[in-house]
Design a protein around this ligand. Structure first.
Ligand code: ZN
Length: 458
């Protein structure tokens, strides 16, 4: 019998940045960290040759399995194969855990969660924690059952009204009265709220104004959902959440207005999530209608202000807000579906933009891409390279590599980052103690990740 299932030698970790270490893994857990050369007898060994070895990323915001009926005939975009495609893309990108939204709808949240869980159990190559949601009074009433089923986090929308909501396949926003009650109920169940913070009144008015111009470019679309809408909704959400003593994450923060609201509120139960696209893309990106997302990409000066805010410590963790619409779903800014792909690039983009271009420390990048999310969402084994931690690890390669959508393993046929240069990306990925990706190949495609929702998570 060997002592380890896997050993990784000569690893540079962000917690001991001078000396290299060897890491021993057994039964999915890190069981030893030693000076190089001290570990023996492993079934499988990997030499990091002095490269960074960091925790697998936790993507706090994904929509795997949120399918559009008109595209389910395309490879990777059906219920039978979407989790397989998108979780392979994640693994190749060094992301080992996704906090994925149960498929949206106005019906039973428990039913949506169970359907998502079945698909993920069969196909997911990574760990999945499902987020739930509350979009109407019935779903609020269903909260005790949702909690009993294992859900602990509930998303609520503020922007979508009328026609826009219908066009999104029935996503519904809560008004302030409903939000107030929902925060109280979520807090009473020991759970957490997630809020899409854009004020519906402002968005409604400004979108109508911009629609009248034909919405020719990303700048016009952005003016239809101005940063004030995010600021206004964030202030409201934080205020109501604090009064209810409800932990809340404002998801996909896109502008300094959302950040300002949290600073001003000072509510300690609040966290902010941002996405790489709000830092690295802008209304000046040459991607046209493919860049449609909500909240929208901001003008370059706001995107760089969000980057500065991240460096100043104002953002807690990152999600990709990965959506699986193909390019043809976005013919123009008026009618196209909102949402960008990005799960497989989350970690490489954060490292490239913040560590290699802006001098952020690797230790801080690890906090932003895994540790903080693990802490916030109760994933105690994750986000650390330490004895006793889950063996979800990434061995990084550094240099220069160009993004090509066709090489990302996703079913999505375009990338808004096409042609960009990455400075770091995974050479190997370990999930659940298994070497699942190495040097461009999926080395253990039979591996299935864990569904992390359990009723005793709280
Ligand atoms: Zn989303």
């Amino acid at each position: 019998m060997t002592a380890f299932d896997l050993t990784i030698h000569n690893a540079r970790t962000s917690t001991s940045d001078t000396d290299l270490v060897d890491i021993g893994v057994r039964d999915g857990v890190i069981t030893a960290i030693t000076a190089p050369g001290e570990l023996t007898a492993a079934t499988r060994t990997l030499d990091a040759e002095g490269a960074w070895v960091i925790p697998g990323a936790i993507d706090t915001h994904t929509h795997i399995g949120q399918l559009a009926p008109e595209y389910t005939h395309l490879p990777g975009l059906s219920e039978a194969d979407n989790y397989a495609y998108e979780t392979r893309a994640a693994i190749a990108g060094g992301c080992t855990t996704a906090l994925n939204y149960a498929p949206f709808g106005q019906g039973s949240v428990v039913a949506a969660f169970e359907a998502g869980k079945a698909a993920a159990t069969a196909q997911s190559r990574m760990n999945i924690l499902f987020h739930g949601y509350i979009m109407n009074d019935k779903q609020l009433e269903e909260l005790p059952e949702s909690v009993a089923a294992g859900l602990r986090t509930f998303k609520m929308f503020m922007p979508y009204r009328g026609k826009e909501a219908c066009a999104l396949g029935g996503i519904g926003s809560l008004d302030h009265a409903q939000l107030r009650l929902a925060f109280r109920a979520i807090a009473a169940h020991g759970c957490q709220a997630l809020v899409h913070a854009e004020d519906g009144d402002i968005v409604d008015y400004c979108m109508r104004e911009q629609a009248a111009t034909g919405m020719p470019d990303l700048a016009s679309y952005e003016q239809g959902r101005p940063a004030e809408a995010e600021g206004d909704a964030t202030w409201t959400a934080l205020y109501l959440a604090e009064l209810a003593d409800c932990p809340v994450s404002i998801v996909h923060v896109s502008s300094p207005e959302g950040i300002r609201a949290r600073r001003a509120s000072g509510y300690r139960g609040a966290s902010l999530e941002s996405c790489p696209h709000y830092l690295m893309l802008s209304t000046a990106s040459p991607i046209g209608a493919a860049g449609k997302v909500a909240p929208p990409l901001r003008p370059p000066e706001l995107a760089s202000a969000v980057t500065d805010a991240v460096l100043a410590g104002d953002i807690d963790f990152f999600g990709s807000d990965h959506n699986v619409w193909p390019a043809q779903a976005k013919p123009n800014l008026l009618d196209g579906r909102a949402g960008l792909p990005g799960i497989g690039l989350l970690l490489p983009l954060v490292l490239t933009h913040l560590v290699f271009e802006r001098g952020l420390s690797m230790a801080r990048a690890v906090e932003l891409t895994s540790t903080n999310a693990a802490r916030k969402f109760g994933l105690s084994g994750k986000g650390r390279v330490a004895v006793g931690a889950d063996a979800d690890l990434v061995v990084l390669e550094t240099g220069e590599k160009t993004v090509h959508a066709g090489e990302l393993h996703s079913a999505v046929d375009y990338s808004p980052y096409e042609g960009m240069t990455l400075r770091a990306w995974p050479r190997a990925t370990v999930c659940g103690g298994r070497l699942v990706y190495a040097d461009g190949d999926f080395t253990d495609d039979d591996f299935r990740g864990r569904i992390l929702n359990t009723p005793d998570l709280r």
